[in-house]
Design a protein around this ligand. Sequence first.
Ligand SMILES: NC(=O)c1ccc[n+]([C@@H]2O[C@H](COP(=O)([O-])OP(=O)(O)OC[C@H]3O[C@@H](n4cnc5c(N)ncnc54)[C@H](O)[C@@H]3O)[C@@H](O)[C@H]2O)c1
Length: 295
Amino acid sequence: MKDITVIGAGTMGNGIAHVFAMKGFQVKLVDVSETALQKAISTISANLDRMVTKEKITTAEKENTLANLSTFTSFDHSANADLVVEAATENMSLKLKIFTELDQLCNPNTILATNTSSISITKIAAATKRPDKVIGMHFMNPVPVMKLVEVIRGYATSDETTKTIMALSAQLDKIPVEVNDYPGFVANRILMPMINEAIYTLYENVAGVNEIDTVMKLGMAHPMGPLQLADFIGLDVCLSILHVLHDGFGNPKYAPCPLLTNMVTAGYLGVKSGEGFYKYEAGIKELIVSGRFNK
Ligand SMILES: NC(=O)c1ccc[n+]([C@@H]2O[C@H](COP(=O)([O-])OP(=O)(O)OC[C@H]3O[C@@H](n4cnc5c(N)ncnc54)[C@H](O)[C@@H]3O)[C@@H](O)[C@H]2O)c1
């Protein structure tokens, strides 16, 4: 594999492009937004600068990485890609449209991967005529730092495609774990009920935000409490994954806490909106519990 296309230049797309380019792959980064592409290249460049400062890479390696990246506003130039990794906005109809178009455009050998957090790989694969070559490649945020890639086999994904993507992930210095395609895969099936239970614990006034997060940090050695993690992921994203689990399994244990639903409806989405369980202000690093929960 040499020629990789990454679709979507947001939080995940820029990180995925970064790790492939650093390992010498030729990466075409595609986004409908020119602004997103420019922002992605400056984020990658700033992240590489940080690695140079920490002496993890040399200036020459930084320059080579940037030279391996090119940006496009459509994937028309990706017909001969060996692999496409789709990391566009989490929206089912958007992903089905992208995969239908990729299937028509790309060489029959191109593997089509998606970084989706929650949409069925089997369903995305069914939008193509090559379901054996469609697979989930679920990187974690921030991509250059996090070691795990959850490699998700759709119902029709072939052994050969799985083997190729497992080996490729290892080539990126990641640790791939193979899982089957059921709602939430493994990571979110376990993580989201924990986050939801933490929100229920707050909602039922068992303890405050700080107290809940402190119990899980100090008691379970989690690097971040579940409420802080929910803010970091985005409360809208958490809610949408809980809906996928609830709909997919039909089990009431996945029903989202009404407090979470209210917060998302009111636009309190966590870090990205400036407030969730905590309040975020530019330049302030310490964790400040939102005034709504700090009475
Ligand atoms: N953010 C996370 O922590 C995280 C973690 C793991 C997986 N994911 C998954 O990764 C994917 C991307 O998430 P994100 O957080 O990077 O989103 P984001 O909103 O930061 O970026 C999405 C990008 O996709 C672009 N886009 C939208 N439609 C497009 C199209 N038709 N063609 C090309 N680009 C298009 C948008 O302009 C935007 O720049 C989602 O499927 C999400 O579920 C996210």
